[in-house]
Design a protein around this ligand. Structure first.
Ligand SMILES: [Zn+2]
Ligand SMILES: [Zn+2]
Length: 354
């Protein structure tokens, strides 16, 4: 069967290769891949900045954002043939550490977790895959093709959970105003989840035209193409989705009293920026600010993400996917265009519907 693979450590080694059918030892659940989304992490793996093949293998099948249809499920698994499913990206470490033992592999303590398409487990950019039934989440059939947006949504379901936990530090810290930095897929999904929580949401990005400002306005949020300090906003919550150093500093220093900043963007290292650490610290202390980093997601976030997508406007979700390409056109999908929001690769000819 066809798969999009890379040789981790070798830059630009992405290619479509013929790979064996998934071994039965991967699990009794057999899934046909309908679509995968590629994101910045995949681009990093293709550049060989990141990524690890399964032990003893040279190639890694790419793809962690996924949507599939069950071809065969064991009885009693709660899954049946035809169900739409999304594979959970991170799997617990074998030890397991206390976090993984509690099902919170997103907080893995020893770093020995594995991740489909990223770290030691093949990804979903192949025609079929197998898994244990508890390694997937079933989604509403009505979500159809939009189910490929679930994995990125889980990142924000976790980020918002972390924000909510941080607002439980004091009485009456109910947030009203949220700022999201970055209007890519992650930022737009962060804004969606903020709107669903009843917050006044502002989204900041550099671009002044194209689909991003329209997508923000269509949510009922406000779009700004200026840096956070120039907006005059004093948000209760900032969800930082760019990883751009100057934007990160603004996100940490421009919250209002008792503010919460959740950092989700991974920055490149090795660039320095002049920063008044004393001022940053003084503000954080005197205002009870909380700054929390958040990565990955566990099953609870997949379930919350699926509910959030089911509540979202289907037309809006459809507009997030600006291009759908066949698997063979993976290189086009990694080549970002200014009008791109999310680019999705179709793996199976059969659409999921909706
Ligand atoms: Zn991703
Ligand atoms: Zn662990």
């Amino acid at each position: 069967m066809r798969a999009l693979t890379v040789r981790p450590g070798v830059p630009d080694s992405a290619e479509i290769r013929d790979v064996p059918e998934p071994p039965e030892s991967d699990g009794p659940l057999l899934v046909q891949t309908l679509a995968v989304g590629l994101c910045g992490t995949d681009a990093e793996i293709v550049r060989a900045d990141y990524g690890e093949a399964p032990l003893g293998e040279h190639h890694l099948v790419l793809g962690h954002e996924n949507l599939g249809r069950v071809l065969a499920a064991p009885s009693g698994s709660g899954l049946s043939e035809g169900d739409l499913v999304v594979g959970i990206v991170r799997r617990p470490d074998p030890q397991p550490c206390p976090a993984c033992a509690a099902g919170e592999w997103d907080f893995c303590r020893n770093g020995r977790y594995t991740e489909h398409g990223i770290k030691q487990l093949h990804g979903f950019a192949r025609e079929r895959w197998r898994a244990q039934p508890d390694a997937v989440v079933r989604i509403e059939p009505a979500l159809g093709d939009h189910g490929v947006l679930l994995e990125p949504t889980t990142i924000l379901a976790k980020a918002w959970e972390q924000v909510e936990r941080a607002t439980q530090r004091g009485a009456g810290l109910t947030p009203h105003v949220a700022v999201v930095t970055g209007a890519g897929p992650i930022g737009l999904l962060a804004a969606l989840l903020g709107i669903q929580r009843g917050l006044e949401v502002h989204v900041l990005d550099l671009v002044e035209d194209g689909p991003k400002p329209e997508l923000v306005e269509a949510l009922g949020a406000t779009y700004h193409s200026v840096p956070l300090p120039e907006t005059g906003l004093s948000p209760d919550v900032v969800i930082e989705c760019t990883g751009v150093a100057s934007v990160v500093i603004d996100a940490m220093s421009c919250t209002g009293r008792d503010g919460v900043t959740c950092l989700t963007g991974v920055s490149p290292t090795g660039r320095s920026l002049r920063l008044d650490v004393g001022s940053l610290n003084r503000t954080a202390v005197l205002e009870n600010d909380a700054i929390v980093g958040s990565v990955n997601a566990n099953r609870r976030h997949y379930e919350a993400g699926a509910q959030a997508l089911a509540r979202a406007d289907a037309g809006w979700l459809g507009r997030l996917v600006t291009r759908r390409l066949p698997l063979e056109k993976y290189a086009d999908s990694l080549d970002r265009k200014p009008t791109d929001v999310k680019v999705v690769l179709t793996v199976s000819d059969e659409a999921a519907g909706s």
